[in-house]
Design a protein around this ligand. Structure first.
Ligand code: BGC
Length: 405
């Protein structure tokens, strides 16, 4: 196999971000409230604060990404800003995100919009979040109100980012509210009521978008874990995969695309997921360094929904040594290339993340292609950004030797 990856015709080539992680001062969101509640487990130590100040500095972010050569940019709009109190929509915030869409297009970046990336308005959470009776209608109402942002110039929309993590977070929260520390094996098992509601909310959002802007390709992005069975954990792995992954993947069947988000693998024994092995090479999030995760995740999804095109909407590594980021990403892209060569319909790759950002409780795990000074917000692209971005123009990328696995 050649050490290069030739981007297929029309292949999306970008980086991803999420509003809460980069914008800063997202004060009306549920996660801001959690950050300041003092009730969260110890690992949620840092607050998001100003984040990367991308709420104001998005033109600079887009200038950099376009200048590096990327052709696509995935970012999210923030429901908590657009509808800070129930039913009151901010025209100014809608205009803000519309300017972002137009700003991307002006720079030659095709925007992929995420409508929900983990955060909700605080009021939505306080009235029961995804488990409340009217959650599905409220989300559809928000999507409809936000339509001026995306009705034109947007080709791809991701309705909800990692619904399986959102449903897992609902369980974790219940465990913490009941006095636990959230570290138990089952504390991240997706909450069933939340799962059902998110699937309906996704379908409702697809309907709204197809009614208002039928040209947009709509899907959602699922965190795809690959389960490696250890010591007779077969049945457990099947159970976990079915409620934590497969139900969310199957919900995208018939959509224009499904987003694959992959970082590492998970070992499962008869009692459930196992900690990362002691001797494994680890990243700054404590996850195992495992570049083949991407190719394996693409194959798992293609097996479940063979007719649904795949877009990799997140893949990356929390790492301070940027050369390791290049090696990891090379390995991941080799997996993507091989899966595509087998005939799987993969239509794009978005790296997580454009910027070093707020990693849900901490700024320590740096996933960015671009470093951000925490005081001045000065952006400094890393060598990985130049390496990856350039492929957007040349339509070919040299993969590093270490990726040969
Ligand atoms: C999420 C991102 C997150 C990343 C790394 C994904 O679960 O969509 O918001 O920062 O993985 O943890």
């Amino acid at each position: 196999m050649s050490p290069n990856f030739q981007l297929p015709e029309g292949f999306l080539w970008g980086a991803s971000t999420a509003a809460h992680q980069i914008e800063g001062m997202n004060v009306n969101s549920d996660f801001w409230a959690y950050e300041h509640s003092g009730m969260l487990p110890e690992r949620f130590m840092e607050t998001s604060g100003d984040a990367c100040d991308s709420y104001h500095r998005w033109p600079e972010d887009m200038d950099l990404l376009a200048g590096l050569g990327f052709t696509d940019y995935r970012f999210s709009i923030e429901w908590a800003r657009i509808e800070p109190v129930p039913g009151q929509f901010s025209n100014a915030e809608i205009a803000h995100y519309r300017r972002m869409v137009e700003g991307a297009v002006e720079r030659g970046l095709r925007p992929m919009l995420t409508l929900h990336h983990f955060t909700c308005p605080r009021w939505f959470d306080e009235q029961g979040g995804w488990e409340s009776d009217d959650a599905v209608e409220l989300f559809a109402r928000f999507v409809e109100a936000a339509a001026p942002i995306f009705e034109t110039n947007v080709d791809h929309i991701c309705t909800i980012n990692e619904p399986n993590m959102v449903a897992g977070f609902a369980t974790l929260r219940k465990a913490v509210l009941q006095g636990g520390d959230g570290s138990g094996m089952d504390d991240r098992r997706p909450d069933e009521a939340t799962t059902a509601s998110l699937i309906k909310a996704h379908q409702g959002a697809v309907d709204v978008i197809k009614r208002l802007a039928p040209q947009i390709q709509v899907g959602w992005s699922v965190a795809i874990a690959n389960y490696w069975v250890v010591d007779g954990g077969e049945q457990k792995a099947v159970d976990i995969a079915s409620r934590s992954r497969d139900v969310f993947v199957r919900a995208a069947e018939g959509n224009d695309w499904i987003g694959v988000q992959a970082y590492t693998r998970v070992f499962v024994g008869p009692d459930g997921p196992l900690p990362v092995p002691e001797n494994a090479r680890k990243t700054l999030t404590g996850w195992e360094y495992y570049p083949p995760a991407l190719g394996e995740s693409i194959r798992s999804v293609a097996h479940l929904v063979p007719e649904t095109p795949i877009i990799v909407t997140e893949n990356g590594i929390a790492e301070s040594d940027d050369a390791v980021r290049v090696a990891y990403t090379s390995g991941a892209l080799a997996g993507l290339r091989d899966a595509a060569a087998e005939g799987i319909d993969v239509r794009g790759y978005f790296h997580w993340s454009a910027l070093d950002n707020y990693e849900w409780g901490s700024y320590v795990p740096t996933f960015g292609l671009i470093a951000v000074d925490r005081k001045t917000f000065e952006r400094t692209p890393k060598p990985s950004a130049a390496w990856l971005g350039a492929a957007g123009r040349s339509r070919s990328i040299a993969l590093s030797a270490e990726s040969a696995n």
